[in-house]
Design a protein around this ligand. Sequence first.
Ligand SMILES: [Zn+2]
Length: 457
Amino acid sequence: MKRLLALAAAAFISLPLTPAVALGGSPGAPGAGDPYFPDQGNGGYDAGHYDLALDYDPSSNVLTGVAAVTARATQALSRFDLDLVATLSVRSVTVDGRAAAFTRSGSELIVTPAATLASGRTFSVVVRYDGRPTYVLDPDGSRDGWIRTGDGVFNANEPQGAMTWYPGNHHMTDKATYRFAVTVPSTRVAVANGDLVSRTTAGGRTTYVWDAREPMASYLATVTIGKFRLTDTRVGGYRVITAVDPKLADKATDFAERHAPVLDYFSSLFGPYPFSSTGGIVDHAPNVGYALETQTRPIYPVAPSDSLLAHELAHQWFGDSVTPTLWRDIWLNEGFATYAEWLWLEKIGSRTVQTSFDGVYAKPADDEFWQTPTADPGDAAGLFHDPVYDRGAATLHVLRRTVGDEAFFTILRTWASEHRYGNADTAAFVALAERVSGKRLGPLFDAWLFQPGKPAL
Ligand SMILES: [Zn+2]
């Protein structure tokens, strides 16, 4: 177990931290070093803020964008990459207001500033681009990114979709704050993450401005567009902003009101809700096939069930505020959110956590399900397979039964607070669980997270 994790850490840090030896600086790495998506993200800088001005016409699918990215050089930087699909045309790039040279290579937009950027320097890169965005097909056959619907766009970006609509440092280790100004025909609504700041109409077009004030991984960003009914209310202690497709209005009548009880319960277990607003987007997108925990405002392709709503809201702590460092650690998102579903179903009297666990553990030992080690599903095609969710949740339940409720929930709360708005990996979780419980948990985690086969109880 420790050997595997040590290798993962070494593989991760070796690429982006290439020392700047040349006087003129050196190019930033083209990827963040994630073995599942080697080209995703970039080295040499740390993005701090994205200011995205997007103009979109749903009938032609033409997107015109100006992306201003504020970043800090982490090495003397002669050149750096942003991730953007080749199907979008880049019209110009400036760095600190001066024209910069750029080329394209696959989904890398390679920018050469007029002068080398000193290590530690904060700079602003502005990219003007346009085109007709589309989704990417993921290794598991699902679509993510800019997914057109009958009235606009269903925009969910895990794991690769962010590069389909804006240039950025699209690995989850580089979190940033965001401001979105999205202009659409006034018959449409543009919904993004964070707080709705303003809505201005002129000439039949409306600009929606959204501020996401807490750091966000780019796979959790969304700009979803459609004929939505938008509500912005206070429920309990929360600012709840919801967007519901009128086609689903009768199935989502109490959608806004359903958030506060779930968030209150999870706050009592996991610590304070991490973001300044909450809510969700219910879009009519029956062919998408999944919901996503887009930060502050999950997106659903149908009206969500109680368990799905709880799952996506639990992700706000586990996945959104605390984010993995590598995609192979995705059980830290999905196992935790699935366990939170089990907790919520018990809370509302639907079924006990133990019954949920027993349902998973009942799978026979020769079932394919037990062959995937939870903490490394093998490759990008296995990211969202059942073991990541259900075996991940079962791992937490076995941990809880081993250390007791008090230590278990202290572990979850400490995880959420120590890594709030940051990134952390499986090794950090194992170390925390051992530290809080005072128990040696190596054999438990090894059997449940790292070895194929059905663990004994
Ligand atoms: Zn999930």
